[in-house]
Design a protein around this ligand. Sequence first.
Ligand code: ADP
Length: 484
Amino acid sequence: MTNGLQDQWNHCWINGEKHCLPTALDVTNPATGEMVGRVPLGGEREARLAVDAAAQAFPQWAQLPAQTRAGYLMEWAERIVRDRDVLAELLTAEQGKPLDEARDELEGAAAFIRWYAEEGKRAYGEVIPASRHQQRIMVLRQPVGVAALITPWNYPAAMVARKMAPALAAGCTAVLKPARQTPLIAVALFDRLMETGLPAGAANLVTGAADAIGGTWLSDSRVRKISFTGSTEVGKQLMRRAADQVKRLSLELGGNAPVIVFPDADLERAAEAIVANKFENAGQMCNGINVIYAHQEIADALTERIVARVRHLRVGAGTEPCVQVGPLIDENAVHRAEQLVADAREKGARVLTGGYRLTAGAYARGHFFAPTVLDGVTRAMAVTREEIFGPIAPIVRFASEEEVLRWANETPYGLAAYVFTRDLGRSWRMSEALEFGMVAVNGTSLSVPQAPFGGIKESGVGREGGHHGLAEFMDVKYVALTLP
Ligand code: ADP
């Protein structure tokens, strides 16, 4: 790309204005190592200016009718859909995923925004029968105030939408910091949000130094809510630091998702759904399958079906036609994948396909790892205990429902779990007994605007999606009114 294009996104948005800085953060393409663009390297000062703007804009934004707020959101969604293909190219350039996945992500982002535009109109209160004569008990729902939103690099467009839409629909004003690896799509999405004529300060974007920006927002008492998606490690730090001001928190952190395949399952369907989930975004998905638990009676048959599909996955730059698996986000991610495979091998696992980094020809400049299936995996291997976040599918064999349930729950994480069975009783038993915030039976896709996405245990607190997601940005106020 030319220098002119590289500078196209070199601004933040504070108080309705483009904000440029002399220092910049370079963004590189994980498939080629080339520079895609740069954004301002913001810090404390920009973070504070953004909160100034959001705090000032809050009372007016909160008082607008929900219909009016919805109007801005609808226009934003329209612009995202209008420019979907251009935005998808940018997303793929900085993040790596195949163009089809990038387009789907943008459609999903627009769907999320539209859904919350509508849901904001339904932030109903309550009237509760009182216990005294002439008294009325009412419950109001009010926006919490300024919300700080911190987003990750794996779904850099969807995550902006999933946080901004409920925040703005609820009547909060927002300050957002995207991940260092993928800030360009956030800038491009904000460019389109600003085109809608959104009141100045209602939404602000600060790119740059995570610690400085996050730290400023955590210590500013005007910020009443933190919504974060990212690693459990950083989530815990934010939770500790948010305690000082008892800020409200939503955390969507790491996972260790099991998929459990029982002997009565439709194996074709299971294999197809497992491969689709496991290798989406090259395995870099928080609710992505971490371990495949296959019942010993069908383990060979399932493994065969999975391997056949994985061998056909086409790996390459996301911009190339028919590519299904793009690069990993950076060198660290490739190194980690290598280590996980080495550890599993040492402890006795067999590599059925893949298992190595791709370095030949066009792969040489990017961070590519071959789609991998491991058999003979045991619970002693790191690949079952840690979040893989890469294109590695380990298969563990189990003998009984009790055993596999114990193994699946034996993790500090609790985001998503998947079960394949045709037995209705078992579907219910497993759905109730699995200690995860989300359970999918006979399928592996979960993320839709109307459902509460989120985890329990160390996978986080709070929900994104559904009316639950709107409630995350609203306080409940009890008003006791005695008639005069
Ligand atoms: P990942 O492992 O997915 O890169 P991180 O937790 O490191 O996840 O990052 C997720 C988001 O949190 C990114 O936007 C990152 O810049 C931000 N982040 C990382 N460290 C901090 C911090 N100390 N304070 C605030 N935000 C942070």
